[in-house]
Design a protein around this ligand. Structure first.
Ligand code: ADP
Ligand code: F6P
Length: 319
């Protein structure tokens, strides 16, 4: 293994740059050449490689997004796209590929490995929705961003005595909603992993009012429904003044937290080490605070599970 490449794919996530930096620096430290692939799998099919040096990853550890940029590509999912990607890698003389992304990106990386090219995956998505790991790079920063936003929204909700519904990202997973909801003290948290009951939400609002609290914060994961749907239901059922805030892409940007920088640094370096040890077709994960690696195929068998203890905790604290 003399030349390796790195790409970022799917939604960008804070901490991806720390991981890119770690891959490049660890690779150079181990005496190999590292190439960046611009624009994810789209750039891979186009052979858009750039040789990286120590300086190419200077001054990026604190930056959100990804310096290599990212993309989504339908063409890459086809046999023709996959073959094109593998031949671009071979033509450039590259021996191994590291992919930072979510589960979709890992499915692609698994297929590249199946076609004879070694790949390693680093979990990078704000959603924290990949089976096989307790943590994905970007989640901590996204939660902090959401909490900071909700804290601000709470000030105005208090002042105007309003019920505010905050819609957060997470695709089909409720982790961002759950963590942001607990950490920002939401009255109700609505996630795809648990049935929600409008009556229960209304009771909680009412309980607050009975003790003189005239405002309420409800966090809803985008994977359940639009915040507007919850807002309209509550308005119709109670006559209360409701507002909806969709945090949207705000949650994907911003300087990564220390934790995301640490995870990016550790996982990036481990990915290089694994390639050099001859591993392929595996993703890195965090389990019980230890870095592990497991085959893409094994991780794909499971579904990411949310921590229902935290959900139950939220229910018992927002009374
Ligand atoms: P994420 O990696 O964040 O889950 P996506 O699901 O959008 O994001 O996947 C990113 C890219 O990975 C897709 O645009 C596509 O090019 C590739 N990909 C996703 N699913 C597959 C698949 N089943 N087979 C091959 N490539 C895939
Ligand atoms: O996977 C990260 C994520 O931000 C999800 O939370 C969200 O559903 C999705 O990406 C949005 O994707 P796009 O960038 O295609 O709008």
């Amino acid at each position: 293994m003399k030349k390796i490449a790195i790409l970022t794919s799917g939604g960008d996530a804070p901490g991806m740059n720390a991981a890119i930096r770690a891959v490049v620096r660890r690779g150079i430290f181990k005496g190999i050449n590292v190439y960046g692939v611009r624009n994810g799998y789209k750039g891979l099919m186009a052979g858009d490689f750039v040789e990286m040096n120590l300086g190419s990853v200077g001054d990026i550890i604190h930056r959100g997004g990804t310096i290599l940029r990212t993309a989504r590509s339908e063409r890459f999912k086809t046999e023709e796209g996959l073959q094109l990607a593998v031949s671009s890698l071979k033509e450039a003389g590259i021996d191994g590929l590291i992919v930072i992304g979510g589960d979709g990106s890992f499915q692609g990386a698994g297929k590249v490995t199946d076609r004879g090219f070694p790949t390693i995956g680093i979990p990078g998505t704000i959603d924290n929705d990949i089976a096989g790991t307790d943590y994905t790079i970007g989640f901590d920063t996204a939660v902090n961003t959401a909490v900071e936003a909700i804290d601000k929204i709470r000030d105005t909700a208090f002042s105007h005595e309003s019920t505010t519904i905050i819609e957060v990202m997470g695709r089909d997973a409720g982790d961002i909603a759950l963590w942001a909801g607990v950490c920002a003290g939401a009255e109700s948290i609505i996630i795809p992993e648990a049935e929600y009951d409008v009556d229960d939400i209304i009771v909680r609002i009412q309980q607050g009012k009975n003790r003189g609290k005239m405002h309420s914060i409800i966090v809803v994961a985008e994977g359940v429904c639009k915040g507007e749907v919850i807002s309209q239901t509550i308005r119709e059922r109670t006559g209360l003044k409701t507002r909806v805030i969709v945090l949207g892409y705000l949650q994907r940007g911003g300087s990564p937290s220390s934790y995301d920088r640490m995870m990016g640094s550790q996982m990036g370096a481990k990915a290089v080490d694994l390639l050099l040890e001859g591993e392929k077709g595996v993703m890195i994960g965090l389990k019980n605070n230890q870095l592990i690696h497991l085959p893409f195929a094994e991780a794909a068998k499971d579904k990411h599970a949310i921590d229902m203890c935290v959900y139950n905790l939220a229910k018992s604290l927002s009374i």
